[in-house]
Ligand binder design. Structure first.
Ligand code: NAP
Length: 237
């Protein structure tokens, strides 16, 4: 598959390595320079690209996505911190019959964690003596706080906790790739569940997997929709 990579930062470089390792050809690598307001995302620069993988910044992502959708390149975006534009971008996908996958976290383990968090919240919320909490720790370079992942976990918990949903507590220090913990604390005991990313490779592998899935499809998908396709139908009731 021919892939364009938008954003040449930490994630863009890993996507480059992992996509190439899976036999894909990188036909364009577009960094910040010359791409203000997505100016470099032209049909000429992206000629032949069957999918684009975008890891940039919250400020740059909406313009990049709009442009990729307009020129008909299916896009996978892992950038977080721009979701206030999500409804508008989804509309853009529909208007242009485009294809997009977005996700605050492209790791398979974390997507399973989202489901476990929702189920844990459903069980613990029945017992007032347990207070829920949500904690995340990322490296000092991460710009958005709370993380997009923490917001997704909070949403999963909100289904049961409503106005008792815990606000994520964020730490930005050191070099941690990403750690998220949920917990339920009572006078008698504490129950915690933690997801710790060991490296960034899992995120990049998920983004490449999504690009392989989106190439021939239309519509807007949250990553887990692609990941668990067929899973819910076969769930044992
Ligand atoms: N969904 C997931 O699984 C996942 C996993 C990890 C990270 N993320 C998110 O992905 C994003 C990128 O993370 P990162 O660690 O790769 O950050 P990073 O190392 O800061 O890289 C971002 C890159 O985007 C470039 N950039 C900025 N504006 C651009 C534009 N208009 N066009 C093209 N490139 C542009 C930056 O260039 P300059 O260096 O010149 O500013 C930088 O090289 C963040 O939002 C992060 O939270 C998501």
């Amino acid at each position: 598959m021919k892939v364009a990579i938008i954003g040449n930062g930490k994630m863009g470089k890993i996507v480059d390595r992992i996509a190439a390792g899976r036999g894909h050809e990188i036909v364009a690598r577009i960094g910040r320079e010359g791409n203000e307001a997505a100016a470099a995302l032209t049909p000429e620069r992206l000629a032949g690209a069957q999918a684009a993988i975008e890891f940039t910044s919250p400020a740059a992502a909406p313009a990049n996505l709009r442009r990729l959708i307009e020129i008909g390149v299916p896009v996978v975006t892992g950038t977080t911190g721009w979701y206030e534009h999500l409804d508008e971008i989804k509309k853009h996908v529909r208007q242009h019959d485009g294809a997009m996958v977005y996700g605050a976290n492209f790791s398979i383990g974390m997507n399973l964690f989202f489901r476990l968090a929702r189920e844990a919240a459903r069980l613990f919320s029945a017992y007032e003596e347990y207070d829920p909490f949500l904690f995340e720790h990322h490296h000092r370079f991460k710009k958005d706080a709370p993380s997009g992942t923490a917001l997704v976990i909070a949403e999963a918990m909100r289904q049961s906790y409503r106005d008792r949903t815990p606000a994520p507590v964020s730490v930005r220090a050191g070099y941690v790739p990403g750690a998220h913990e949920i917990g339920f604390d009572s006078e008698a005991d504490t129950v915690t569940m933690t997801h710790t990313a060991r490296s960034r490779d899992g995120f990049a592998a998920g983004a490449v997997f999504a690009a392989e899935r989106i190439e021939k499809r239309r519509g807007c998908f949250e990553f887990s929709q692609l990941l668990f396709e067929g899973f819910d139908e076969s769930e044992v009731k």
